[in-house]
Design a protein around this ligand. Structure first.
Ligand code: ACM
Length: 537
């Protein structure tokens, strides 16, 4: 693949640009005629996008969105929805009407569905004097192309009040398809509970960077967060608290469907996780019969791990698991159901293997594919299962070899190395939030590795993608989520989306720096890493 980073020079005649600037100055009302224009009137270079597109060839005149611009779209429901999404972003800041139409015409912004070399998520963006056309084979590709278009417009486009503009888009062609099909983020809603509105806000941020999987860690020792009709106390009692002892919460089935619907509207698939057989105190506290001794432990609001286990020999355990997986699968249009399997330190190895042998077929029975944390490779992963690797550089060679062997035997891998892309790790010693058990993870460290050759002995073809987990022992609200996710999350998105040939810290840090003003426009308070050359204004 080719990639050009050449700066694009506007070919708009100089006099037109000058007139435009003067008009803008007059409109802004803040500068005397003839003073320097208050806004930059040059287009953002075509390739200055995160994640890096597969190729960007600048050339020709830029397009300029004006009050005359419309959004033309093929007459498909999903394409119209993508157009509506784009209009909802552009209208508040431009102040333009931007009508969405399905009839013909020329110019303006066009979203076009057509067969071509785009795959299910790729797109092509052509920009020139007449307009911008995004072409894709599937609506997901149009949606990802819209994210690229957003980043080619000035950062002020993200604001919710009318801005002076202008709104140029550099001329040229972007061709883009993802490196990996699985590009995920995980939110732990168990250690602290997050409302539907908070989850939606994060979904919107993930979508900007072409993340397509939202993994929700729905149960742990500290809280059970999803209503299960056949075992109602899981949510009403097991979900009643959280780390630190505050009021927890849970999603009703209607809440959960709303999260799934909203995620789908942003082309994210929701991956629900019920962590088993460990990390189960909330369930064990809710139902005494799930305990081997028949005695319910108290609810837990601390942050230790590894002390709880479902009772592997008891039949009721499998009645429980069947009910939970059946009800959760019924809420899940997505392909996957994550069964956890990490840190089962209170389950013997033999019990762990026996448990996974019984539970994985239940997931298949309800039509879903198993994902487990990589400890699942210590049992027998089901055919088609994916293992999520969360080790560190200094994870034992034996443990790494076990995962690599499973990968050679057909288990797919999702890479979430904790000392690279656990978003709850502190950036530096001074980071006020987060943990440091996997080390300190500055922005460069989170970006500078290659998923393709990360795990020795695992074939590159086993790697399905990457996922950035955010555990929430110390994270309590959207501001906390955003401070830990930004700026590391876009780097994970780039590892998952961009061809390996585009990878490079020096070019990346400049593209990343250009995101800062966008986050400011969106009200995202991010960590201003000294490793990144943020713009000063
Ligand atoms: C994990 O961090 N226990 C998956």
């Amino acid at each position: 693949m080719r990639r050009h980073n050449g700066r694009h020079h506007s070919t708009t005649p100089r006099i037109t640009r000058l007139l435009g600037s003067l008009l803008l100055v007059a409109a802004a009302g803040a500068f005397a005629v003839g003073a320097a224009p208050p806004v930059q009137d040059t287009a953002i270079p075509l390739g200055r996008v995160v994640p890096a597109p597969a190729s960007a060839e600048p050339g020709g005149a830029p397009y300029r969105i004006t009050h005359d611009t419309g959004i033309r779209v093929d007459d498909s429901r999903e394409a119209r929805q993508v157009a509506g999404y784009l209009a909802d972003i552009l209208r508040p800041s431009t102040g333009y009407r931007l009508p969405v139409t399905t009839h013909g015409g020329t110019g303006g912004i066009r979203l076009r569905l057509a067969e071509g070399p785009y795959g299910t998520e790729g797109y092509r963006l052509d920009s020139g004097h007449q307009g911008v056309t995004i072409t894709a084979a599937r609506p997901a590709g149009l949606f990802h192309g819209v994210q690229t278009l957003r980043q080619l417009l000035p950062a002020a486009v993200e604001k919710k009040s009318v801005q002076p503009g202008p709104w140029p888009v550099a001329g040229g062609t972007v061709r883009d398809t993802p490196r990996y099909p699985y590009r995920g983020a995980m939110l732990d809603v168990s250690r602290h509970f997050f409302t539907v509105a908070q989850v939606k806000r994060y979904i919107d941020q993930l979508a900007m960077y072409k993340i397509n999987e939202l993994h929700l860690h729905l149960s742990d020792d500290q809280g059970w967060r999803i209503a299960i009709d056949s075992w109602p106390r899981l949510a009403t009692y097991g979900g009643s608290t959280q780390v630190g002892g505050g009021t927890g919460g849970h999603y009703t089935k209607a809440d959960y469907r709303e999260i799934v619907r909203y995620a789908a509207s942003r082309y994210l698939e929701v991956v629900p996780e019920i962590d088993m057989p460990g990390h189960t105190d909330a369930a064990l506290a809710s139902y005494a019969e799930l305990n081997c001794d028949g005695v319910a432990p108290p609810l837990y609001t601390g942050t230790d791990v590894g002390f709880s286990s479902l009772c592997v020999p008891k039949q009721v355990t499998y009645d429980f698991v069947d009910d939970v997986i059946r009800e959760l699968a019924a809420l899940t249009p997505g392909r996957y159901l994550h069964i956890g399997g990490d840190e089962a330190h209170s389950t013997s190895h033999a019990d762990y293997v026996a448990f996974m042998d019984r539970v994985q077929p239940v997931v298949a029975k309800y039509g879903k594919t198993v994902i487990g944390w990589h400890q699942l490779t210590g049992a027998t992963p089901a055919k088609g299962a994916l293992a999520q690797y969360w080790g560190l550089d200094d994870t034992s060679a034996e443990e790494k070899a076990q995962v690599a062997k499973a990968a050679r035997n057909g288990t797919g891998l999702i890479l979430s190395p904790a000392d690279r892309i656990y978003l709850d790790m502190k950036y530096t010693e001074d980071t006020p939030l987060g943990q440091d058990w996997a080390g300190l993870v500055e922005v460069r460290r989170s970006y500078d590795w290659d998923p393709g050759d990360y795990l020795a002995g695992a074939p590159a073809s086993a790697v399905r993608g990457v996922e950035a987990p955010l555990w929430t022992e110390t994270i309590t609200d959207s501001a906390d989520i955003e401070y830990m996710a930004f700026p590391r999350l876009p780097g994970v998105a780039e590892l998952g989306w961009s061809p390996a040939a585009t990878h490079g810290w020096d070019a990346y840090k400049a593209r990343l720096a250009a995101q800062g003003p966008r986050w400011e426009a969106l009200g995202i308070k991010y960590y201003k890493s000294p490793q990144v050359p943020w713009p000063t204004s």
